[in-house]
Write a protein that binds this ligand. Structure first.
Ligand SMILES: *[C@@H]1O[C@H](CO)[C@@H](O)[C@H](O)[C@H]1NC(C)=O
Ligand SMILES: *[C@@H]1O[C@H](CO)[C@@H](O)[C@H](O)[C@H]1NC(C)=O
Ligand SMILES: *[C@@H]1O[C@H](CO)[C@@H](O)[C@H](O)[C@H]1NC(C)=O
Ligand SMILES: *[C@@H]1O[C@H](CO)[C@@H](O)[C@H](O)[C@H]1NC(C)=O
Length: 308
């Protein structure tokens, strides 16, 4: 195997700084002595099937330059030398709306990153979990098997519903949440809360903070974001960020269907996305509008034989 190795050693005013980064040009009057040793292509001794060779520096070049030479060079060619170590990282402040699955995943990315990132996630509700916190209607669950519906960096061994029939290759659908591969909303919520706790992601999240406005300031090159604390519409403050992330998801803004006369209905009205468990369905005749996945989950779950 061929390889090339270059070592640079700079001696600046008696301090040895190895490598090619990390020295500053303000040592203008100091002498910089550069020692460059170049190891040219040779054969590796790692692989016994290679014809073996020995690593020998072919040439040792020593140069003496003044650091001001660099500045003069840069001046002549129209470049400006930035007076900071190369590979310095620019700090980015990131503001994220929401603390659901997407924001939790992103917060973990930020935590793992070696970039200089400062993240805050503003969540309107008093809990993390997003749609899995807000959707709690009877029978609510995910239509993706739990083994797939989880964060790849935090797989859970705790799912109570992992069973996939060996005969029927697709998962068995049953209303018994202990024996279907689709977990319930409450179990998924517990999973996300657990992940946030286990990974210490709460430090990025501010609960009961609703983002109510955002605009880009071209001069500052920053987002100016308005945030309401709690329920008081007058308690609004401003925050700024380089990057603004909309992690609100698509299931967030529920609305009543446009059915003429709907608002004239005298009895209680429930929406799957905003279920009110204080309304007792026992002994009542219930009409369900819609036959999508929520209705498919709700109808068997509110049968008279079920208690919920
Ligand atoms: C380089 O240019 C700057 C600005 O034009 C000047 O202040 C500085 O003295 C120059 N440096 C050298 C080493 O020529
Ligand atoms: C989440 O916040 C919204 C807006 O404030 C509210 O309407 C909703 O009821 C809250 N959800 C829960 C489960 O508290
Ligand atoms: C789930 O269903 C399978 C197949 O019908 C059965 O063998 C198993 O005992 C059930 N498990 C639970 C927890 O009910
Ligand atoms: C944020 O994303 C949601 C879902 O995609 C979208 O409905 C909403 O308009 C977006 N908001 C902004 C301010 O872009």
């Amino acid at each position: 195997m061929w390889y090339l190795r270059i070592n640079l050693v700079f001696v600046v005013a008696g301090v040895v700084i190895p490598g090619h980064s990390g020295y500053r040009h303000q040592h203008k009057r100091a002498f910089v002595m550069g020692s460059i040793s170049i190891t040219v292509p040779t054969l590796s001794t790692d692989n016994p099937t290679d014809k073996l060779g020995e690593v020998k520096p072919l040439k040792d070049i020593r140069i003496n330059v003044k650091s001001t030479d660099f500045v003069e060079d840069a001046n002549r060619t129209g470049y400006t030398i930035i007076e900071e170590p190369s590979r310095s990282k620019r700090q980015l402040r990131i503001l994220c709306v929401g603390a659901g699955a997407s924001a939790i995943n992103f917060a973990h990315e930020v935590q793992e990153s070696d970039l200089d990132l400062d993240l805050v996630c503003y969540e309107k509700n008093d809990s993390v979990g997003g749609t899995w916190y807000e959707n709690k209607y009877p029978g609510c669950g995910c239509d993706i098997p739990s083994v797939n519906y989880q964060l790849s960096w935090a797989p859970s061994a705790e799912w109570t519903s992992l069973y996939v029939s060996p005969i029927v290759t697709r998962p068995i659908i049953t209303t018994d949440t202990r024996n279907c591969s689709y977990s319930s909303a409450s179990e998924i919520l517990a999973y996300f809360k657990g992940v946030v706790d286990d990974y210490g992601l709460m430090r990025y999240i501010k609960l009961s903070h609703r983002v109510v406005g955002a605009f880009w300031n071209e001069e500052e090159k920053m987002w100016h974001v308005k945030i309401q604390r709690g329920d008081d519409p007058n308690d609004v403050f401003e925050d700024k960020a380089h990057v603004f992330i909309n992690a609100t998801g698509v299931l967030n803004k529920w609305k009543w269907p446009a059915i003429k006369g709907r608002e004239l209905f005298q009895g209680p009205m429930l929406h799957s996305a905003n279920w009110d468990y204080s309304i007792d369905l026992k002994g009542k005749k219930v009409g369900v509008i819609g036959s999508g996945s929520s209705a498919v989950q709700i109808v068997p779950s509110i049968q008279p034989s079920k208690s919920f």
